[in-house]
Design a protein around this ligand. Structure first.
Ligand SMILES: [Zn+2]
Length: 175
């Protein structure tokens, strides 16, 4: 059993089974990770508010058949305006692969009073993820710069071509 304390950004929270929850975190130590939160011993009810998506937290994680959060403390929260860009972080990263540059991008997201445009955040994440928008062109008409990134196909599209793509809205990120 190993015990870690790390800074983390909360990406998602889901009900795990009837009583427990699991949380997707982005951390400097593990990159993207899923960690469970037990409802027993009232851990979940105590930590629930700290583990909301968009929160910046310090977490204590125990590794034993997966990761378990045993303590969490929220120290900041980022603006819901960036919600549209967050699926990109999940799409561009793998579990248990730390990435100091990606962590740097996530860590630099300001707390909720300072605005960060979601498209700017998306461009930074794409750059770190190896899909630099600066050099990209529309996959259909080759126009530069493209305005959208398709997460499932990792293709860029421009404003004029997006109506002709068959993509669902939730697969598309504005850049
Ligand atoms: Zn185009």
């Amino acid at each position: 059993m190993t015990d870690y304390v790390t800074e983390a950004f909360v990406l998602k929270k889901e009900t795990w089974n009837e009583f427990d929850a699991r949380v997707m975190l982005y951390t400097p130590m593990f990159g993207k990770m899923w960690a469970k939160v037990k409802s027993s011993k009232k851990i979940l009810s105590r930590l629930n508010g700290h583990l909301e998506p968009l929160n910046k937290v310090m977490v204590r994680v125990v590794e034993k058949n997966g990761y378990h959060i045993v303590d969490a403390l929220r120290f900041g929260r980022v603006s819901p305006l960036i919600l549209n860009a967050l699926p990109l972080l999940d799409a561009l990263t793998h579990e248990d692969v730390p990435d100091a540059r990606m962590w740097g991008v996530i860590r630099s997201i300001p707390h909720d009073r300072d605005l960060l445009y979601p498209s700017l955040l998306a461009r930074k994440m794409l750059e770190v993820g190896g899909f630099a928008p600066l050099y990209a062109e529309c996959a259909i008409c080759k126009a530069k710069p493209p305005h959208y990134f398709m997460m499932h196909t990792t293709l860029f599209l421009c404003d004029s071509c997006i109506p002709y793509s068959q993509m669902m809205y939730d697969e598309v990120v504005s850049i």
